[in-house]
Write a protein that binds this ligand. Structure first.
Ligand SMILES: [Fe+2]
Length: 415
């Protein structure tokens, strides 16, 4: 396989400057024609150890100039890496996070909502922050790059952790923070299991369950650590789903990167937020389909004929009120500290059609960047890891490596 080699990205392949010049590591087929899928799969299978070590060092691996022409090709390429253990579902998946037809593991980033290449920055997050199932790796496949911008921005959160003040580190490590809540009867219907089994599952997992005084509805409440020690490198990193308070004003740190006429509307929308909200609305590309899906979920929240209790999903907002969220405890100054560290540890590259990017989700967070035009990216999540998700669990946790660890859904179904 003399024509397949590892290299660094050049500055010509990036639109936004970065200090992380070695990320992502690139595995490329050299030559004017693209490498075949078979060549790539053989290479990935024969060199899995070396490539995963490369991921440990650089945080992300880009496969470029191979004939990856469909979601099925993407799935075949990725599953040929012996370390990859793909997830076909995960606990509390968001609405619209559906499997692509004809694949076992490839998800729409969101079937109803255009991700990336809008006016605003996407919300930086580690995949699965609101779920009990966090993938060690998230991989993206670019079916169609956007006309302008629309990169998948990455942030080295181990670098962010190192840059934070000791006071802020101590605050983040002091305890777990609220991440999600959902009623048990909703879970029973969503996953088609008896509610007693859901209760047993929550107990076994050590999850907090609250009971509403009036309705007697039971609700699962999940908490997340914010600092984790990587299962392979042992380096600490911050994991987040950055809320508005943390990202408000983030664009100020990227002003140099979005200069010139082609970014005028984007820059204007960062100043006048109503343009941003118009953009948000226009991104719901399949309103009727989204409506049907939301309605389907809503039907699970109606009166439970067996138990006679109302089974509704608690809105995030109301549960937020009684628990500490990261958003709630971070001061404005600490938010700025985050943003500065985020820009300093930011890295991106220009997507090319057929690219596959494998990201270490326990080190790097990601977001769709501003841009213009259609943008089609698919995702595969793999190698689920487990956290302790109770209110009293430590705010800093070391993650044990588990190539075959089960997802929370699998555990629920096997009870
Ligand atoms: Fe994501």
């Amino acid at each position: 396989m003399n024509n397949i080699h590892l290299r660094k990205l050049t500055s010509k392949e990036r639109d936004i400057s970065t200090k992380l010049s070695a990320t992502p590591l690139v595995l490329e087929h050299q030559g004017s024609s693209k490498g075949t899928l078979e060549e790539l799969m053989t290479y990935l299978s024969d060199n899995s150890d070396e490539l995963v070590e490369g991921l440990d060092r650089h945080g992300a691996l880009l496969l470029r100039n191979f004939k990856i022409e469909s979601e099925v090709d993407f799935e075949n390429a990725l599953t040929s890496l012996s370390h990859i253990n793909c997830m076909d579902d995960y606990f509390l998946a968001e609405t619209g996070r559906l499997l692509v037809e004809g694949t076992k593991y490839v998800f729409y980033t969101n079937k109803f909502y255009k991700t990336g290449a809008g006016l605003a920055f996407g919300v930086f997050h580690n995949e699965g922050y609101r779920s009990a199932d966090v993938p060690h790796y998230i991989s993206f496949y670019c079916l169609e790059p956007s006309r302008q911008g629309g990169e998948t921005g990455l942030v080295d959160m181990a670098g962010v952790y190192a840059a934070l003040s000791s006071d802020l580190k101590a605050k983040l490590e002091s305890k777990t923070f609220f991440s999600e809540s959902v009623s048990l009867s909703f879970l029973a219907k969503k996953y088609n299991v008896p509610i007693t089994r859901v209760e047993e599952f929550c107990q076994q997992q050590g999850y907090k369950v609250t009971t509403d005084n009036d309705s007697q509805d039971k609700t699962l409440v999940l908490f997340k650590p914010t600092v984790i020690e990587h299962p392979r490198t042992k380096r600490p990193a911050v994991i987040v789903n950055m809320g508005l308070k943390i990202v408000k004003g983030l664009e100020n740190y990227f002003m140099e990167d979005y200069r010139g006429l082609k970014w005028w509307l984007h820059r204007l929308s960062w100043k006048y937020k109503f343009i941003y909200y118009l953009d948000m609305f226009s991104r719901v590309s399949r309103i009727s389909e989204k409506y049907r899906e939301v309605k389907k979920e809503a039907s699970l929240m109606e009166k439970d004929p067996a138990g006679g209790t109302k089974s509704k999903v608690k809105p995030r907002g109301s549960e937020h009120l009684s628990y500490d969220t990261l958003e709630k405890v971070i001061t404005t100054d600490e938010g700025k500290q985050f943003q500065k560290a985020l820009r300093e540890n930011f890295v991106s590259f220009r997507w090319e059609k057929g690219d596959v990017l494998i990201v270490d989700n326990l080190r790097m967070c990601h977001a769709g960047m501003p841009g213009k035009g259609a943008r089609t990216v698919r995702a595969i999540m793999s190698n689920p890891v487990q956290f302790e998700l109770s209110e009293s669990s430590p705010g800093r946790q070391s993650i044990s490596p588990g190539p075959h660890s089960q997802t929370a859904i699998q555990k629920l179904r096997q009870l």
